[in-house]
Design a protein around this ligand. Structure first.
Ligand code: SF4
Length: 280
């Protein structure tokens, strides 16, 4: 997978964003460089991200360029989904997607129900806009995956969010992701950091809430030894394992299920240590 960041600007201001303040709010408008990056790879997945990629003034042009020059690749867009609340914008995206035969997916974060989400994004009405955005995707038949980043401010609300997803949305996948403490997440660690032993029961409860959608559930960055046995089958290694920031402890070497385990965020171990993890 290749990750192409179109811009560092964003209309959210998430307290746990993995980007540091230093790059935040800097536009990246050098479209020639972006297009060169899009042309030079032969990757299975071209991931268009940011900041918020749709905040780039030439997003639609760059989006189509990715399809045109990567005919064999899956095109993935990581967006906070707020701009998708504009139905005319979604229709334009649909027109591009229909011109090509690539596999395609949006990945959209939900942090919690309504105000809980807005408290983390620090952007008023962001939940409402993101919710409307994914409903617009459903209207035109574009697939999306929901990403739920689990942290201190939302873990108790995750089951409530899961219920809402079960009742009202039809995503392609629902991925719960243990927060990584880099960028603003590192700076704001006191506000966002939570131990697995404190949050994991709420994540397992959320999986239960999803009942008839359980086959859509994935757990990213949940080391298998912190999950109850019946939830280990949802654990995934994810693409981040190849991209760095993940490690194992010395005691993991004797663990019989290490090859299926996601490993542990290095940033997590720096803050909380590794006492919770026990080899099988
Ligand atoms: S002991 Fe290490 S390898 Fe085994 S499940 Fe836990 S984190 Fe993964």
């Amino acid at each position: 997978m290749v990750d192409i960041q179109l811009t560092y600007n964003c209309n959210n201001n998430c307290i746990s964003c993995i980007l540091p303040e230093i790059v935040y709010n800097q536009y990246r408008v050098d479209t020639l460089t972006i297009k060169a990056e899009m042309r030079k790879n032969n990757s299975d997945i071209v991931c268009i991200s940011g900041g918020e990629p749709t905040a780039h003034p030439e997003f639609l042009d760059l989006f189509e360029y990715a399809f045109k020059h990567n005919k064999e690749s899956e095109i993935k867009v990581l967006t906070n989904g707020r701009t998708l609340s504009d139905f005319s914008f979604v229709k334009k995206i649909k027109e591009v997607v229909e011109r090509y035969s690539n596999r395609f997916i949006f990945e959209v974060p939900f942090y919690g129900p309504e105000k809980n989400h807005d408290r983390i994004t620090r952007a008023k009405n962001s939940f409402k806009q993101t919710f409307k955005g994914v409903k617009n995707l459903e209207k035109v038949g574009l697939p999306y995956k929901i990403r739920v980043i689990v942290e201190k401010k939302n873990h108790e609300k995750i089951p409530e969010l899961a219920e809402r997803i079960r009742e009202e949305l039809n995503p392609y996948k629902i991925t719960f992701i243990a927060a990584r403490y880099t960028g603003k997440g590192y700076k704001n660690f006191d506000k966002v950091g939570v131990k697995y032993e404190e949050s994991v029961k709420n994540v397992e409860k959320a999986v239960d809430m999803l009942r008839d959608k359980k086959d859509l559930v994935e757990l990213f960055h949940y080391p298998l030894c912190i999950l109850d046995k019946e939830y280990r089958k949802f654990g995934r290694q994810g693409v981040t394992k190849q991209q760095g920031g993940i490690t194992f402890l010395e005691k993991c070497e004797k663990c019989s299920i290490k090859k299926d385990c996601s490993g542990i965020w290095e940033s997590y171990l720096e803050k909380f240590g590794g006492e919770e993890f026990e080899p099988f």
